[in-house]
Design a protein around this ligand. Structure first.
Ligand SMILES: Nc1ncnc2c1ncn2[C@@H]1O[C@H](COP(=O)(O)OP(=O)(O)OP(=O)(O)O)[C@@H](O)[C@H]1O
Length: 192
């Protein structure tokens, strides 16, 4: 059971992976795991559809070409078992700090809040929104795709209030300050 869980949410190309990697570099490697909920989804989807799993993982046109179908496939899995991908993504994790890089659904938030925040020895489980302007996201390769950008995988957490907000428009000092704040929060809860 982890002691601190940070759930990162944000639009495509807001920089969730980038921010999470930078934060991990600031922490002791033995303390911290990056968890990608999309990893077991992509693994299973690639097996069933005879696709290249490694190419689905990175930030590539290959991933974008399969995104909509993959989302719809994941949707059907979640309907029968909302915690399915959260459970698969974390079953072998044993480090005290989890950085969940791609939280997209209320059911993801609820899964971690209920599995990691109950009992007297509360681990802290917080939601962190990463955002960037559309212009900056476009410069990172984003373009509007109907069915994806207006679908639940992008919008389901829009109205959910977050504990931290990371503005990631490429201003390094602004990002560094927020990352230090997150690092302090993690260390306080992990060492306390
Ligand atoms: N602050 C930044 N400075 C420089 N490059 C950045 C920054 N933030 C993100 N990027 C770059 O923008 C691209 C998209 O970022 P990233 O993959 O982290 O976004 P994401 O929100 O995880 O996207 P997706 O939801 O599509 O997986 C990457 O190439 C990343 O290196």
């Amino acid at each position: 059971m982890p002691k601190v869980v940070l759930l990162f949410t944000g639009k495509r190309k807001s920089g969730k992976d980038y921010v999470v990697s930078k934060l991990k570099e600031m922490l002791k490697p033995e303390d911290c795991s990056i968890i990608r909920l999309s990893a077991p989804l992509k693994k299973q989807y690639s097996i069933e559809h005879n696709l290249d799993y490694d190419r689905l993982l990175d930030s590539s046109p290959y991933k974008e070409a399969h995104r909509l179908q993959m989302i719809q496939w994941g949707e059907r899995k979640r309907e029968s078992d909302p915690g399915y991908f959260c459970r698969l993504a974390t079953e072998e994790e044993d480090k005290p700090v989890w950085l969940v890089s791609d939280c997209r659904r209320l059911s993801d938030v609820e899964y971690f809040k209920s599995h990691c925040s109950t009992g007297p020895a509360h681990p802290s489980c917080v939601l962190v929104r990463v955002s960037a302007s559309d212009e900056v996201r476009r410069s990172r390769g984003w373009g509007w795709v109907g069915g994806v950008d207006d679908g639940p995988s992008e919008c389901a957490l829009d109205e959910v209030s977050c504990d931290y907000h990371v503005i990631n428009n490429g201003i390094d000092e602004q990002l560094d300050m927020k990352l230090k704040e997150l690092k302090n929060f993690i260390e306080y809860n992990n060492n306390g």
